[in-house]
Design a protein around this ligand. Structure first.
Ligand code: ZN
Ligand code: ZN
Length: 497
């Protein structure tokens, strides 16, 4: 039984819906749609992949709209053939924002909810389009008793592409409570934008030098729900770049994600803050499923395997991924230059593979554990991207800022512009290169993998030895009494301050 539900679609599907449902004569219209499931650890999303538009005589527009059973059977037949579910959407021409189910709509959808499951094997998704502002409402019809189907309301409807637009269900995801801590922030972009930003469930994958800064910014900005992912333990060599990390954290073998969660709680300006930390990699099955619960992900990792997993989440599961990276050019011990990049992977934009952010040939190498094998790393040329580790706090701060700006532009669209392309910044020349085009032709992420959800034929997850070892080492350290004692004292102090 699905208890937490959401709907997502690409901008191009959303445009097709708007074109069909927003009639010049102001009357209601309807369409059947096809959907595929994307299952996270707690939330299920219906990915709307296509419309089955009514043929002549299949629907009757008379102020309101009716459809024939032939139309329903044709749509359900196409869905069954493609292994998809069937959904039904109708318009409220003057509606705005989240659309609730009224009595007439309830009876109409309930009348074919059982048949939809029988014909497709998947529950009926009901949707309402708000003609006033292109908002939505959505629900999924599930069996509660024999012949009794009941709608579970969605939390949100997400449109993913150049711009990221979310219609939230105010009764399940209420607008944030006003606080006196965000006066300046709200004066910059208004309460409506703040309500949209604050309600996004954002995942930060990798809470190292860049990720920690991203977490800080999101918490200060007033976001209410963060999921943080990192399996690593903080070490002395992180302290020159890791905001908030202390010598004491190193001695207590703290997970980076623990420091990030602590910092986010302290920096939070939202009245209520929900932070979930995962000491897992996004390539481990639990980590991947938890990432699929998020509305948007920040990629603050530098390895090919997690980037491949994130690229899949962006395109197959329609969860936009704000990615970045840093490369420092050092020759003969001297700084020759530095570059950092920031971009968003989402349908219609270039994917991480096309941007050259990882080489798919390196993914199996990392899966075999070779990137954590000193002998293998030693065998690579000194300037091999998998070998280079040079970095400083200032470049991390630059990359984090560039990623945060990409996020803000995509969600708030200042002056109506949401997509400014992929950015590559050069320290030496102070210039920026842009890539405005999407994926290279023939890229599978742009083609057959788009919005496949659970039906994706490749499993990018697996056992991650380095993550397992890091967690085991922390458990062992926690058994030693000085660490145990100091951690307890810290916990006590944090509760009694
Ligand atoms: Zn209606
Ligand atoms: Zn691509």
């Amino acid at each position: 039984m699905i208890t937490r539900f959401s709907v997502a679609m690409t901008t191009s599907v959303a445009l097709d819906l708007t074109k069909h449902l927003r009639r010049a004569d102001g009357q209601e219209d309807c369409s059947f749609v096809l959907w595929r499931p994307s299952t996270g650890s707690r939330r299920t999303t219906a990915l709307i992949i296509d419309l089955v538009l009514p043929a002549d005589g299949e629907r009757i527009v008379h102020g309101t709209v009716d459809f024939t059973s032939e139309y329903f059977l044709r749509a359900a037949g196409i869905a069954a053939e493609q292994g998809c579910g069937v959904g039904f959407i109708h318009a409220h021409p003057r509606g705005r924002r989240w659309q609730r189910l009224n009595d007439i709509d309830y009876a109409a959808e309930a009348s074919f909810a059982a048949q939809a499951v029988t014909l497709t094997g998947l529950p009926l998704v009901g949707m309402t389009f708000a003609g006033g502002d292109a908002g939505y409402g959505a629900r999924i019809w599930q069996r509660h008793a024999p012949r009794t189907y009941v709608p579970t309301e969605a939390e949100s409807v997400r449109i993913v592409g150049g711009r990221f637009t979310v219609t939230f269900n105010d009764s399940l995801v209420p607008a944030p409570e006003a606080t006196n801590r965000q006066v300046r922030t709200i004066s910059a972009w208004g309460q409506d934008t703040q309500n949209d930003l604050a309600r996004l469930h954002v995942g930060v994958v990798g809470t190292g030098s860049v990720g920690m800064l991203v977490v800080e910014a999101l918490a200060r900005t007033g976001l209410q729900r963060l999921s943080l992912f990192d399996f690593d333990t903080v070490e002395h060599l992180n302290l020159d770049r890791l905001l908030h990390a202390t010598d004491r954290d190193v001695r207590l073998h703290r997970a980076k994600v623990t420091i990030a969660a602590r910092a986010a709680h302290r920096a939070a300006t939202a009245a209520k803050m929900h932070i979930t930390k995962y000491e897992t990699s996004v390539v481990e099955p639990d980590g991947f499923a938890a990432a699929a619960d998020c509305d948007l992900l920040f990629s603050c990792v530098d390895r090919p395997w997690p980037r491949a997993a994130l690229n899949l989440l962006a395109n197959a599961h329609l969860i936009p991924v704000v990615d970045g990276g840093i490369s420092v050019d050092v020759r003969g011990g001297r700084l020759k230059g530095a570059e950092w990049r920031a971009h968003v992977a989402a349908p219609g934009r270039a994917c991480l593979e096309c941007l050259g952010q990882y080489d798919p040939a390196h993914v199996p190498v990392e899966r075999d554990g070779l990137l954590d094998d000193p002998t293998y790393i030693k065998g690579l040329s000194a300037d091999h991207p998998l070998r280079r580790k040079e970095n400083v706090f200032i470049f991390s701060a630059s990359a984090a800022t560039a990623q945060l700006n990409q996020f803000l532009t995509m969600v708030t669209a200042p002056s109506g512009i949401a997509d400014t392309g992929a950015h590559l910044y050069h320290l030496t020349t102070g210039t920026v290169d842009y890539r405005l085009k999407g994926c290279d032709s023939g890229c599978p992420y742009d083609g057959q993998l788009c919005a496949l959800g659970d039906h994706t034929p490749v499993d990018v997850t697996g056992r991650h030895t380095a993550a397992e070892q890091a967690r085991a080492a922390r458990r062992n350290a926690a058994r030693r009494w000085p660490v145990r004692f100091q951690r307890r004292m810290d916990d006590w102090l944090s509760k009694h301050q």
